[in-house]
Write a protein that binds this ligand. Structure first.
Ligand code: SF4
Ligand code: SF4
Ligand code: FES
Length: 282
């Protein structure tokens, strides 16, 4: 008979968790916080960033907790000096090479938590201007940490469009369209699912990009309201971000059983008609 639970030791404490969980899921179920970057619960783990590494007794190298599954008898340290050193270095290299000023709050919190000092590696390299080649979203690769989330969301894990991928290798690797063509000349269907998963603001709705450029974007004055998309019978959950009584962005919750965070072009970007408040012409 296969047991449906596994006993292991997390940070010196014996715990019993459901078989099949990853170490990350086991830790979260036990209230142990581990930082992640490339991992997203709606995508398969890709092991790109290694920020989630933990020390596993008997293993030669640190293991990525987001993909390694629990096994009976494992002894895991989630905050050993070796782990902290590794996370600090990863964060320093990332923050020293790209602009993380608009990154998710959890990433900024991790930089503080591990005392990362990106300035140790000198000043940030020059960055290219954001690519604004359509009216719906902007690509600013000077903020990209190569987490691959957008590639997976555009590819076989959500959209199956394959409009974006990784081009180049090693230090020359970037997210790009085929032959770096402008987005309107690619297979992109403007679902914005890549935008929805980007943790750094490298991909951003143009509405948000423009408001930030004009100094008008202010999340402290925004509310979020869940509603149902009116466009078709699928009934996707939309989260409308509203500032000054105006919709400024639409997203969908990752834990929504219909969308899993994904939308189509209409749900993601087709809300501007709601706020045309001029009287119709006679
Ligand atoms: S908007 Fe949709 S189709 Fe276009 S690149 Fe992003 S995920 Fe792919
Ligand atoms: S554009 Fe965003 S989602 Fe895509 S790899 Fe870069 S940081 Fe990750
Ligand atoms: S979060 Fe686990 S490798 Fe990136």
């Amino acid at each position: 008979m296969v047991s449906d639970s596994v006993e292991l030791t997390l940070d010196g404490r014996k715990v019993e968790v459901a078989a099949g969980l990853t170490i990350l899921q086991a830790c979260r179920s036990e209230g142990i916080e581990i930082p992640t970057l490339c991992y997203l619960e709606t995508l398969d783990p890709i092991n790109a960033c290694r920020l989630c590494v933990v020390e596993l007794q008997g293993a030669r190298v640190l293991v990525p907790s987001c993909s390694r599954r629990v096994e009976a008898g494992m002894v895991v340290q989630t905050e050993s000096e070796r782990v902290r050193h590794s996370r600090r270095l990863i964060l320093e290299l990332l923050a020293g090479s790209v602009d993380l000023s608009l990154a998710a709050p959890e990433l900024k919190a991790a930089i503080d938590r591990y005392g990362a000092r990106p300035e140790r590696f000198g000043s940030a390299p020059p960055r290219n201007a954001p690519i604004v080649d359509n009216n719906l979203y902007v690509r600013d690769y000077g903020r990209c940490v190569l987490c691959y989330r957008c590639v997976d969301a555009c590819g076989d894990q959500a959209q199956n469009t394959f409009a974006i991928s990784v081009a180049g290798r090693a230090f020359g690797a970037t997210i790009a369209t085929e032959y770096t063509a402008p987005l309107p000349e690619t297979a992109c269907v403007y679902c914005g699912n890549c935008v929805g998963v980007c943790p750094t603001g490298a991909l951003m709705a143009k509405s948000e990009h423009d408001m930030r450029a004009e100094g008008r974007w202010d999340e402290s004055r925004q509310t979020k309201t869940d509603t149902i998309c009116p466009y078709c019978g699928v009934g996707c959950t939309l989260t409308l971000h509203v500032q000054d009584n105006t919709i400024v962005k639409a997203t969908s919750p990752l834990d929504d059983s219909v969308t899993h965070g994904n939308l189509c072009i209409k749900g993601r970007f087709g809300w501007e008609f709601v706020q045309i408040r001029k009287p119709a012409r006679e």
